[in-house]
Design a protein. Structure first.
Lengths: 348, 436, 581
């Protein structure tokens, strides 16, 4: 098949979304298709420029090239997913967030423009109109699907994809530590984990991997650890290499991952790949789609005491921990979170 | 429903401030209203019904305008009261309430007098009225001799006030008939609200015999036809049975007016009272037998003063033009314009003297008209419905603007008159973007 | 057709969109893109004018060269002829056709008028006798006749002859008309110039105002900027220092602290508790002790002050007795001397006489000493009053070792004491033995001597200053002059004199208070003293009025009260000051 992946590109900026599109392209090519990425340049200010870009996308014709039809268009991001095509499948990474969940939010900017609400309504109206016209609508995660339902009343199926280098993860004997890999920042709640450590009955240790978004925040966490008198049991590894990361996954007793309302989160999947149980919170969003309480890990309340109980439970019962880890790996297999699966779904 | 309401507020000397205080009690029962003003002072009475926010144009909190369901802009002819409101309305689309249809005075005041910006004024005139509009504007700018009245008649500039509107509310059938066929915005004719009950407390103190009191009130400019009234009165043999009270600031040539009263030998029959506070005016209306509420030429406005006359159950003479001309025949007495004006006034005054009671019945019918069609409750309901309509229209308004931008782009290579075929494909996509 | 209050919704169709596009295409989008935030700063969006008073005054009125036009129902032709050029045509239209000119008519007429093809009468006639003009029937007095004449002019041959004939006949009138026009033009030019000047002045004033405000603002902004920059530098510096310090401290201390924290923790808690108890006990003890000390101190102080009071009373009593004793002694001595004089058979020899006479001089010493006490005020009061002269004494090395101050008639020595306190060298001389004794007791440098004798014995140019408080009024006028001569002699160049004396300009002083002291000779008006000093060769002589009356002046604003207060409650003393060149 001749397939086009439609996404947007802010010139000179390269991030996760660009990598994601390339991995999808590679997977489709591996399945034997002829694939290209078309990236629409994007600028979101002044706000009416967004509406202009929407129209620009609508005016593109990628249905065929010199008489040979393009068989499938896969739309990933707004407004590129508005490009018309007779056989269009959407796999939405996310919508234009400041028109939705970030509208009246500290991260929102659209609301500060004089004509903000008008442009917001134009975006919502177009999404409602054109997303629904696609043949199939997938979302990157259940969370994104839920927002589509809430704001636009559009049904979308979550379609998961594997983290990078998923085939290189392995497992090993559990050692005496829990592993928490994430950037150090507020939404990931490292502080909550330190507070939980202060409540544990067992000498639970946690190894934190990842750089801080702000250097000051790292100092803050360290002094908090001292204040709570758990500094001997909290280890700060900073930024680590990919092989190091996989080794730390392999040797850990369990993976701690209690963020607030995460979209998707590769950590969950990586833990499952390393056959390790997950300790998450009941408000962690994305991870909850994969963790089954006392089957593949533990779901705690987002309070120190509750989280501490989960730590102690894991620390005390190594056998159970190992079993949950294995069950997690089995679940991952069962859910078939692989690129071939993604390709099959998108081409269905 | 959350509404932002931009209006002059009392003590600003404009009937639109009073209008807001009349609508507010009923409206605040249906919606969460915030009043926005650039005045430094306002009567705190309005705060019983709505929060008041002071704004400055150079630091508008757009975020709060974006959070509302709709913003309502009161537009009338006084640039002092409505200049800032209009500028906000240009940047954040909302519902425009037109208190006047002909707005040339307003824009003339803004561009020519306040900003001294000839170029923008000419650009605006050319954009709406072509080469001729530009030329006449240039002449009127250079030479005050050209009558502003003429400009207002010929070039009302109404669209400059409503171009960015998400909805339009007008107070006269005439304005509605002029704008509705364009079908650019949701539009509604809402009869100007007036609480009949607000005047019923004033006791009627009318005497039952001559001299009968005639009353003229409001800003007294040439358009109030006082010259014609005086002439008619002077020519009336029975003038001794009548007395004319004039309340309100005399806008031009007061000396000449007084001289004219002297030369017509009407000093015993006419009293110029000047500006009177509200309460005093209500007393005078309660004591009057006939109101003379002529207005010609008209800016197409509905008249708060006519409603006030009705609220007092007063019969009235009105010009048979514009909104006045559309009033039910049995609630007022019409005066034709030009050569018929003086004879008509005379005829009505004679008829009044012959049969005062038939005129007081006319006043009662007026009061009934007021109670049926002009209630603040009905008006508030219409406002809320319009706000809802406007909110839903927002995405389409954005696409109309997109169409304008696209039109400009097309004109860059297709010239100023692209064929419909050239536009068609783009237009279709624009239409679909907002769910058409 | 909708009923009132029913909302009509707009059409949303391809046609409407196309219409919008075409409309915008036609206007080049002048009014499109309304809500663009790019436009916020543009001409469409203007911040409300702030009435700062800075620019609000600039209000340039248009120059009106021609009188405003008032429409009437009838005109005299001159009403319209007085306008020129465009205004003429405008007003002619408005007067005759009751409307503004249409474009074609306007430009045709203006062209004809300017090229002199038609004159104003022609244009008025054409308008008035056009079909439209006839319908409007506006009366214009004095138009018909000239219009017919004008028409005749334009008949070829007749026109030429007429033109010629009339031109010759009308030459004087034409010249007058030409002159009138010239005058008119001149007047207009003047008017224009005046307008321009006034505009220029207004603009100039505003420009100055603006530039002043700007400069002021600029200055203050610059200063603030510098200040902020300094603050920022300081802050950055401090922050850097603080960070370094904290980091060093942290790295150094962390290991130690962490290792010791655990053991310290428990120990500290116990120790802190114990320390707290100790501190509390200590605090209580200190409180008690303080109380004791305070009580003792209070009692002691009371005892002491009681003793002191008793002692003072005793001394006062004693002094009273001594005073009385002194007076009695004086009287006794006087009587004794009288008696002695009467009884002495032989006259005294010169020496005896001198001794007796000088003893006679001292008979009043005791009286004088207590007189001072009674009438001049306490020692402290006097010293306070005299402080006013100290600045004079501190000039040009006066009071140094080389330039001592001599106080003649030093009395109780208040001035000498004051000078001594200021580390100024001063000598006193007085003939009152009692007072000289008192001064010596106070350790002041005084001599008992007759002041003229004393002065005469001094070397010339040996003193920095000579002062005398309430002395000069005791001297006969010849003595005073001699005294001043001696003073000039003994002063060094740059030296000063100060003489204080009752001020007879105060009527009460001159007529009454002066005579409280029976040894006073003549009241000396300040003018006299000034004259005396200047005549003796003193320079920069000045008079300093002192000690206004303590009694309440008449509290009234009238001229009478002012004068009265001046004469009765004015300064009671004055000082005359002079310098030796």
């Amino acid at each position: 098949m001749r397939i086009l992946i439609a996404t947007v590109h802010v010139p000179f900026i390269r991030g996760g979304a660009e990598v994601h599109a390339e991995r999808l392209r590679d997977a489709l090519r591996a399945a034997g298709h002829e694939v290209e990425i078309i990236a629409v340049p994007f600028k979101w200010y002044p706000p009416e420029r967004i509406v202009d870009h929407m129209l620009a996308c609508r005016l593109l014709d990628v249905t065929e090239v010199m008489g040979t039809p393009v068989d499938l268009l896969i739309g990933l991001r707004f407004p590129a997913y508005l490009i018309p095509h007779q056989n269009k499948v959407l796999w939405i990474l996310h919508q234009f967030r400041t028109a939705y969940e970030l509208w009246d939010h500290q991260l929102g900017d659209l609301i500060y423009s004089p004509n903000g609400v008008e442009v917001r309504d134009a975006i919502r109206q177009a999404d409602r109109q054109f997303i629904a016209q696609a043949k199939l609508v997938f979302a990157n995660s259940a969370n994104v699907a839920a927002r589509l339902k809430y704001f636009c009343d559009i049904e979308a199926t979550p379609l998961y994809h594997p983290p990078p280098k998923s085939e290189e993860f392995y497992t090993s004997e559990a050692e005496d530590y829990l592993f928490f890999p994430s950037r150090l920042c507020l939404p990931k709640r490292q502080a909550l984990v330190l507070e939980a450590l202060a409540h544990t009955k067992h000498p639970v240790r946690v190894r934190f991997a990842g750089a801080a978004d702000q250097p000051l925040y790292q100092n803050e966490l360290k002094s908090l650890a001292r204040k709570l008198r758990v500094h001997n049991r909290a280890e700060w590894l900073g930024e680590i290499s990919e092989p190091e990361k996989r080794e730390l996954y392999a040797r850990t007793l369990a993976v701690v991952y209690p963020p607030i309302d995460e979209d998707y989160g590769y950590v969950t999947l990586e833990a499952m790949l390393a056959a390790k149980p997950l300790i998450v919170c009941s408000d962690s969003g994305g991870p909850l789609e994969f963790v089954r309480h006392e089957e593949t890990g533990l779901i705690a309340e987002p309070q120190a005491a509750s989280l501490a109980k989960a730590f102690d439970q894991t620390w005390a019962d190594r056998t159970a921990a190992r079993n949950w880890g294995e069950a997690g790996r089995a679940l991952y297999k069962e859910m078939d979170i692989t690129w071939p699966h993604v390709v099959r779904k998108l081409l269905a | 429903m959350k509404l932002n309401w931009f209006s002059p507020l009392p003590p600003a000397k404009t009937d639109i401030a009073h209008y807001t205080t009349r609508v507010l009690p009923a409206l605040s029962k249906l919606a969460d209203v915030t009043l926005w003003t650039d005045q430094d002072k306002w009567d705190t009475g309005v705060e019983d019904y709505a929060a008041v926010r002071h704004y400055r144009l150079d630091r508008m909190p757009w975020v709060d305008l974006n959070r509302a369901d709709a913003n309502l802009y009161q537009i009338g002819n006084n640039p002092l009261f409505h200049g800032a409101i209009w500028q906000v309305s240009r940047l954040h689309a909302g519902v425009v309430v037109l208190h006047d249809f002909r707005l040339h005075h307003f824009f003339d005041g803004l561009y020519r007098v306040q900003w001294r910006d000839l170029n923008s004024y000419l650009a605006v005139m050319e954009s709406y009225y072509g080469e001729e509009g530009r030329r006449e504007a240039a002449e009127s700018f250079r030479n005050d001799a050209r009558n502003i009245q003429h400009m207002a008649e010929r070039y009302p500039l109404t669209h400059l006030a409503i171009e960015n509107a998400l909805g339009v509310i007008v107070h006269t059938q005439e304005s509605y008939d002029a704008l509705a066929p364009e079908a650019q915005w949701p539009i509604v004719y809402a009869p100007l609200p007036f609480a009949a009950s607000s005047q019923s407390s004033t006791k009627q103190r009318r005497s039952h015999g001559p001299p009968y009191r005639l009353i003229v009130f409001g800003y007294i400019g040439r358009n109030r036809r006082l010259d014609a009234v005086l002439k008619a009165l002077a020519e009336l043999p029975e003038k001794d049975q009548l007395h004319l009270d004039v309340y309100g600031n005399i806008l031009d040539e007061e000396k000449q007016l007084r001289a004219r009263i002297r030369s017509l030998d009407l000093k015993p029959q006419v009293t110029l009272h000047g500006f009177a506070p509200e309460a005093k005016l209500d007393e005078a209306l309660a004591a009057a037998h006939l109101a003379i509420n002529l207005r010609y030429p008209t800016m197409g406005e509905a008249s708060g003063s006519q409603l006030r006359i009705w609220a007092h159950g007063l019969p009235s003479l009105v010009s048979q033009v514009g909104w006045y001309g559309s009033l039910p025949r049995n609630t007022v007495a019409f005066v034709r314009t030009d050569d018929n004006e003086v004879p008509d006034i005379k005829a009505h005054l004679r008829a009044f003297l012959a049969n005062p009671s038939s005129f007081s019945e006319m006043g009662e019918r007026g009061r009934k008209e007021l109670e049926e069609k002009h209630t603040p409750e009905q008006y508030a309901k219409t406002i809320v419905e319009m706000a809802r309509e406007a909110r839903d229209f927002r995405a389409r308004a954005a696409s109309f603007k997109l169409a304008q931008r696209a039109g400009v782009l097309l004109s860059e290579w297709l010239g100023p008159d692209p064929s419909p075929e050239a536009c068609d494909n783009v237009a279709r996509e624009i239409l679909h973007l907002a769910g058409g | 057709m909708k009923e009132p209050s029913q909302i009509a919704s707009p059409e949303y169709t391809v046609d409407r969109i196309v219409a919008r596009m075409k409309e915008a295409a036609a206007h080049k989008g002048q009014l499109a893109d309304l809500a663009s935030s790019d436009l916020v700063a543009s001409a469409e969006f203007r911040p409300a004018r702030q009435n700062t008073g800075l620019l609000s005054g600039i209000d340039i009125q248009p120059i009106a060269l021609q009188p405003p036009f008032q429409p009437h129902s009838r005109y005299h032709v001159n009403d319209l002829l007085k306008y020129h050029d465009r205004n003429f045509i405008q007003n002619a239209y408005r007067a005759i056709l009751k409307r503004g000119p249409d474009a074609s008519g306007y430009s045709a007429f203006i062209e004809s008028l300017r090229s002199a093809r038609l004159n104003k009468i022609d244009i008025l006639a054409r308008l008035r006798y056009s079909a439209e003009g006839r319908a409007k029937k506006v009366e214009i007095e004095g138009l018909l006749a000239p219009a017919i004449v004008r028409k005749a002019y334009r008949v070829p041959l007749l026109g030429y002859l007429l033109n010629l004939a009339v031109a010759i006949a009308r030459l004087p009138v034409m010249i007058r008309g030409e002159q009138q026009f010239e005058a008119h033009v001149l007047a207009q030019q003047e008017l224009i110039a005046e307008q321009l000047n006034s505009i220029g002045r207004t603009l100039g004033a505003h420009a100055r105002e603006v530039s002043q405000v700007f400069n002021g603002q600029f200055e203050s902004i610059k200063q603030r900027d510098e200040h902020v920059q300094q603050q920022l530098d300081l802050l950055a510096h401090q922050a850097q220092a603080a960070r370094d310090e904290v980091l060093n401290l942290l790295t150094e201390q962390r290991n130690n602290i962490e290792a010791r924290l655990d053991q310290l923790d428990v120990g500290l808690k116990d120790e802190a508790g114990q320390r707290q108890q100790e501190l509390r006990a200590l605090g209580e003890r200190v409180g008690e002790a303080t109380e004791e000390v305070a009580t003792e101190f209070r009692q002691h102080t009371e005892r002491l002050s009681g003793d002191l009071k008793r002692e003072i009373d005793r001394v006062l009593q004693k002094q009273q007795q001594v005073n009385t004793e002194l007076v009695l002694q004086g009287q006794r001595l006087a009587r004794l001397l009288d008696e002695a004089r009467r009884r002495l058979p032989a006259p005294f020899d010169q020496e005896q006489l001198g001794a007796i006479v000088s003893e006679t001089d001292h008979t009043l010493d005791a009286f004088y000493a207590s007189f001072d006490e009674q009438f001049r005020g306490t020692r402290e009061e006097i010293k306070e009053r005299l402080k006013v002269y100290l600045p004079l004494m501190k000039q040009q090395g006066i009071g140094g070792a080389e330039m001592p101050i001599l106080d003649v008639g030093c009395g109780r020595g208040e001035w000498l004491e004051l000078l001594k306190e200021q580390q100024l060298r001063a000598i006193g001389v007085d003939s009152n033995r009692v007072l000289v004794g008192q001064c010596s007791e106070r350790g002041l440098d005084v001599a008992e001597d007759d002041l003229m004798g004393y002065l005469r014995r001094l070397d010339g140019a040996s003193l920095g200053a000579v002062t005398g408080f309430h002395i000069v009024e005791h001297l006969p006028i010849e003595t005073l002059v001699q005294f001043l001569n001696e003073t000039v002699r003994v002063l060094k160049p740059g030296g000063a004199v100060i003489f204080e004396t009752p001020n007879p300009q105060n009527v009460l002083v001159g007529s009454c208070n002066f005579y409280f002291d029976p040894t006073h000779r003549n009241p000396l008006p300040s003018q006299v003293m000034r004259f005396l000093l200047e005549s003796r060769g003193f320079a920069r002589v000045e008079v300093l009025e002192l000690n206004p009356s303590d009694d309440a002046p008449v509290d009234e604003a009238s001229e009478l009260a002012r004068r009265f207060n001046q004469y009765f409650y004015g300064p009671m003393d004055y000082a005359v000051i002079g310098w030796k060149v």
